[in-house]
Ligand binder design. Sequence first.
Ligand SMILES: NC(=O)c1ccc[n+]([C@@H]2O[C@H](COP(=O)([O-])OP(=O)(O)OC[C@H]3O[C@@H](n4cnc5c(N)ncnc54)[C@H](O)[C@@H]3O)[C@@H](O)[C@H]2O)c1
Length: 333
Amino acid sequence: MKVAVFNTKPYEQEIFEQLNEDHQLTFLEPHLNATTASLAAGYPAVCAFVNDDLSGPVLEQLAAAGTRVVALRSAGFNNVDLAVAERLGIPVLRVPAYSPYAVAEHTVALMLSLNRNLHRAYARVREGNFALQGLMGFDFHGRTAGIVGTGKIGRVLARILTGFGMTVLATDPYPHDECLSLGVRYVELEELLARSDVVSLHCPLTPESRHLINEAAIAQMKPGVMLINTSRGALIDSRAVIAGLKSGRIGHLGLDVYEEEADLFFEDLSDQVIQDDVFSRLLTFPNVVITAHQAFFTRNALENIVSTTLANLDEFDRTGQCGNRVIQSQVSG
Ligand SMILES: NC(=O)c1ccc[n+]([C@@H]2O[C@H](COP(=O)([O-])OP(=O)(O)OC[C@H]3O[C@@H](n4cnc5c(N)ncnc54)[C@H](O)[C@@H]3O)[C@@H](O)[C@H]2O)c1
């Protein structure tokens, strides 16, 4: 198929070129949005990433210019207006799993960095400052972790954290046998928030889960809680989290995602003034570590993303269908 691959970075292009056999791929640097959608004219397939805009108007433009299928290089699809895609007859394909280990391990990297102040220790030692004042952490062993969403990533995290000797609580509308056999106890969100020393988010972003962590949820958390979000930015109300950090209710915050990340992440903005005051405030706290949506970013995961994307396009090209198609009625419940 002729595929317009939007928002390509050199590291992905290299892997696409290694693994592609059958498709005519055109690599485009710009993000997909209402201004750039015209670049896809004449391409039956559009390949897009998490920070591309697949809202209704963009999908309308793509359909009018001949797009027949959208292949996402991601698991999440909250950037797609599925109702409009369905109405236009554009199937949306995704990569449901590429490496839950990559994201779960990055979650643990954030937990350990925050707890042991590695981000501050690294800078201090390079400056010749070998004092320990302010770097004291705590043993994770014996503490309680709360995992919100025990899907593929949450389950890997549960395995790692039980290995640390933590008590693991979880909340998920669909409790999983693997977690139960690890000794994970499923509780309501309120109990999880009240009892956990570490709260880590691994549920999808839906209209229901938007701002799941808001002022009221933060008020229920243990004083000094560590909050980690490697799922989707808008699960957290950033302004409420800033208030929680200022009051000390939140003792540590680790973010790999941010609700307004589309204008920031994946680009080098180091010589520009950041216009987002909420994000800039988050950067000022000593007990906050932010990474720019890199939890997925391992070679294993990228190879899986690319090979599954190509296989999705193959299947669609051959059969007009795809097992990895996102069906709105199956995800909105
Ligand atoms: N930072 C990254 O690089 C990165 C990479 C991949 C995925 N993600 C994010 O991680 C999320 C989890 O991925 P996954 O592969 O484990 O997904 P998954 O679909 O396997 O699991 C999601 C789980 O969340 C549960 N859930 C749904 N709504 C919930 C709610 N309100 N409260 C509690 N649980 C709820 C579901 O029942 C399911 O068990 C994705 O939705 C995606 O947004 C981030």
